[in-house]
Design a protein around this ligand. Structure first.
Ligand code: LLP
Length: 391
């Protein structure tokens, strides 16, 4: 995956750092254009996955909008040049200030997650003399077959309005004079590799559309959220997710009404594969059943293995010696600070460089200052190739 020239450039940089392959990001965006946007679908990039400006620039140039979950994300998207009418705002706990930020900018849609939130949004919009465009986030009770921490569309999850609350919603809606109901919104979870849950979602959406119509609501748009997964085990075999199958499934399974828009909010599938965390080996320690390769990146830079038992492929960039068994671990005083366990890797020595792959989504953005560790830098392929290592 990495060329000798890239590895030579990496050797000159202070580790750990994030490295983003913008050419791969462009290729990924082209597939979204070819298979999604070409069908008239609207795709919003879930900015929570990665909010770095060079990434946002390419996303914007490809014609995508943004999905936000905080007021600061709305501001970031606008700073990056996205138009307010390209911004959707979800989140189960929007503060009054965040709602006011969205109202001030006249964003495309507030994806509302509870009856009480609708009430508050109505009050705040009324007090500003505005009408807020609202999409109701419905919890469809669909099993996403993914890690339980990133499952969001089951009755037991805190997200969205469950079906039993819909009668109350229909009773309340006419009294919300400062709200304009434009659509319905769903997001069933993340890292969904199998398409079946999305087919189940389409079935629920079709039934709900009928229900909204019976109640006299013509929905302008349907927002299916994000959640499409990536290949963490063998990233070089599938650097760009199969967007054709993904978008075709929705095209074939949704029963759309004339003129109705379809929106998606994809995060991981857009930026996951283009990012790697590059780290240096500090120590090699012989264990009883394994060898520990202690690297200078830890759960402070990439928390996914510690939080979701996620496995990110580790490539050794500077050794091609015969393989040995390693646990690749970080420096933090937590046993969960482990990137790989019992993995065969080319023999490693102090000073070798490793790449922790598929770290472009929910990597850098979830880093923390635990142990007073500093935020690491990010480098981008086009700058390194031009021999310029600036941010
Ligand atoms: N829309 C909404 C309302 C969401 O909550 C999310 C992600 C997305 C879209 C984008 O989902 P994606 O296409 O990226 O799967 N930190 C976790 C993932 C949390 C996802 C939260 N919501 C991880 O590292 O796996």
């Amino acid at each position: 995956m990495f060329s000798n020239t890239q590895i030579k450039s990496f050797k000159k940089l202070q580790t750990p750092f994030y490295y983003y392959d913008l050419d791969l990001l462009s290729r990924t965006l082209n597939q979204i254009k070819e298979h999604g946007l070409s069908k008239g679908f609207h795709v919003h990039f879930a900015i929570k996955a990665n909010f770095n400006f060079p990434i946002l620039k390419l996303v914007k140039e490809a014609g995508l909008g943004i999905d936000c979950v905080s007021g600061k994300e709305i501001e970031r998207a606008i700073e990056a040049g996205f138009k307010p009418n390209q911004i959707a705002f979800a989140g189960v706990g929007k503060t009054d200030e965040e709602i006011l930020t969205g109202l001030r900018h006249n964003i495309f849609s507030f994806n509302c997650e509870s009856l009480q939130e609708l009430e508050i949004l109505n009050e705040l919009a009324f007090s500003c003399g505005k009408t807020a465009n609202v999409s109701i986030r419905i919890n469809p009770n669909v099993e996403a077959n993914t890690h339980k921490y990133i499952t969001t569309g089951l009755n037991e999850n805190k997200f969205g309005i469950t079906a039993d609350k819909l009668p109350a919603l229909f009773d309340l809606l006419p009294s919300f004079k400062a709200l304009n109901l434009t659509g319905i919104h769903f997001h069933i979870g993340s890292q969904i590799r199998d398409l079946k849950p999305f087919a189940d979602l389409c079935e629920k959406v079709n039934n709900l559309q009928d229900l909204f119509e019976q109640k006299g609501y013509q929905l302008e748009h349907i927002n299916l959220g994000g959640g499409y997964g990536i290949d963490y085990e063998t990233p070089d075999e599938e650097p760009v997710p199969d967007f054709k199958s993904f978008f075709d499934l929705f095209e074939h399974n949704l029963e759309l009404r004339e003129g109705q828009q379809v929106h998606f909010e994809l995060g991981r599938s857009i930026v996951g594969q283009c990012g790697s965390l590059i780290s240096k080996v500090l120590y090699i320690k012989e264990g009883i059943a394994t060898n520990f390769a202690v690297i200078d990146a830890g759960m402070t830079e990439l928390i996914r293995p510690a939080l979701y038992q996620a496995s990110h492929k580790v490539d050794v960039l500077t050794s091609s010696k015969p393989e040995k068994i390693y646990d690749v671990v970080g420096p933090i005083c937590e046993s969960s600070d482990t990137f790989q366990r019992g993995t065969l890797l080319p023999e490693i020595k102090r000073g070798d460089l490793v790449a922790i792959r598929s770290a472009g989504a929910y990597g850098e953005v979830m880093s923390s200052g635990f142990n007073l560790r500093e935020r690491v830098k990010a480098y981008y392929s086009h700058k390194l190739e031009n021999n310029n290592t600036g941010q």
